[in-house]
Design a protein around this ligand. Structure first.
Ligand code: NDP
Length: 402
């Protein structure tokens, strides 16, 4: 029985609040705090109505401000913080957790606002501080990073002596009916996918132009979809934690329409993250674009189709080469029916909640800063299906990857 503080009232925060409230035996008290308190109030009203959880509160917080966070944490005294605001706030929330002695979990690694660059170095640098305080910080516990990292840990634990080739494949075959929208925070999403591509091969990182490499891949219950090689943050920790990997890549599907919009956005300067002066006011074009694009949290209502995310792995077991595919498919409609959020928020919020459950029940324990693949994958994967994301695996299949 624990009190938990959720920070961030977007699509993912909505799902985390639902999922925590469905498990009052663990999350006996829930506080949802964000920059705009009315958004927390709306979510909590829905969750209270649908789950009957009686001990829920909301609060307003600017998570860029450490003293404000410290005050909030001292007031509510949670056992841990589930951070599902934006990656810009990772370090301030980690600082506040250290100051107040509470555990920490997030779903995306730190990214400085003024530079579109994400890497774990900033958060890994907190290792000694969390260790000294006897606190646990779990990084990247969404779907990717998160479940994909746990899937890889399962492969290494149960199916291979050595894993050699890892391809993480992320397909969204959903249709939200809008000409252009992003499935999570547009600013973070556009920064991520307009970057150069990058993959790991034979001990080195190989850089590509954005969307330079593509492949048709067949996804279960969906069929073939054009998939593009992009850089994704879990590659950095997976190649460190599984040093037998000879190659690690990440693939994501994009429709032609989506890529055309993206190209236009870039060509006309709307993806710029440096301020431009407009009529005496400094405006960051990408932040302005976010304000006019559909809110990802509102996409759910007419969203049809499903996501399919998994890991395709090649390696050796008992001296023989073998292949392995493990994945989850998630229906946007089912996610919306249950939580009022679309599938991408759902596939992020469920693992974040489950990671918090692992921490609060001591199944994932330790002092310091950890990526999820460093823990035992079994208790997490035992619960992932019952929590709403059933997964499947196949051995010795055609991976379509050369
Ligand atoms: P949204 O933009 O929908 O929600 C973010 C929320 O954080 C909003 O409620 C926003 O407040 C709040 N927020 C932003 N800045 C602050 C601040 N300074 N102080 C307090 N609250 C703040 O994003 P999503 O819900 O789609 O995504 C949440 C997180 O999940 C992101 O970090 C994203 O990168 C991550 N993610 C991870 C995935 C994974 O698989 N690992 C996949 C998808 C997302 P306001 O409403 O006032 O703007």
């Amino acid at each position: 029985m624990s009190k938990v503080l959720i920070i961030g009232a977007g699509g993912v925060g909505r799902v985390v609040t639902y999922k925590c409230a469905q498990h009052p035996e663990i999350f006996s008290e829930i506080v949802l705090a964000s920059r705009t308190q009315s958004k927390c109030d709306d979510i909590v009203a829905d969750v209270r109505r649908d789950t009957g959880h009686s001990k829920m509160q909301t609060a307003k917080v600017d998570a860029d401000n450490v003293p404000e966070l410290v005050q909030l944490i001292r007031k509510f005294q949670p056992e841990m913080v589930i951070h599902v605001a934006l990656p810009y706030q990772d370090l301030t929330i980690m600082d506040a957790c250290l100051e107040t002695g509470v555990h920490y979990l997030d779903t995306a690694n730190y990214e400085p606002k003024e530079e579109a660059k994400f890497e774990y170095s900033w958060q890994w640098a907190y290792q000694d501080k969390f260790k000294e305080k006897g606190l646990l910080a779990v990084l990247g516990c969404g779907f990717d990073p998160g479940v994909t990292s746990v899937f890889t840990a399962r492969a290494a634990k149960h199916h291979f002596d050595e894993i050699h080739y890892l391809d993480i494949v992320d397909c969204n075959a959903g249709d939200h009916g809008k000409a252009f929208a992003t499935n999570f925070n547009p600013e973070i999403n556009i920064r991520e996918i307009t970057q150069k591509g990058k993959y790991y091969e034979n001990g080195e990182w190989v850089e590509t132009e954005p969307h330079q490499i593509s492949k048709m891949l067949t996804y279960p219950d969906i069929g073939p979809k054009k998939s593009y090689l992009i850089y994704h943050e879990e590659l950095e920790s997976l190649v460190k934690n599984f040093p037998t990997l000879k190659r690690a890549r990440f693939w994501m599907t994009f429709g032609d329409e989506y890529l055309t919009h993206l190209r236009v956005i870039q060509n006309i300067g709307m993806s710029r993250i440096d301020p431009v002066n407009y009529k005496g006011v400094d405006i960051v074009p990408l932040e302005f674009l976010k304000a006019v694009l559909p809110d990802p949290g509102e996409l759910g209502e007419n969203y049809t189709g499903q996501t399919s995310i998994g890991c395709r792995i090649r390696g050796v077991k008992d001296g023989k080469e073998r292949t392995y595919y493990i994945w989850n498919n998630c229906s946007h409609e089912a996610a919306y029916k249950e939580t009022g959020a679309q599938g991408v928020s759902y596939t992020t919020g469920v693992p974040a909640t489950l990671g918090a459950m692992m921490m609060l029940t001591g199944k994932w324990a330790g002092k310091g800063v950890f990526n999820v693949e460093e823990f035992d994958p079994d208790p997490f994967l035992d619960q992932l299906g019952p929590m709403g994301l059933p997964w499947e695996e196949r051995l010795d299949v055609d991976l379509e990857m050369d």
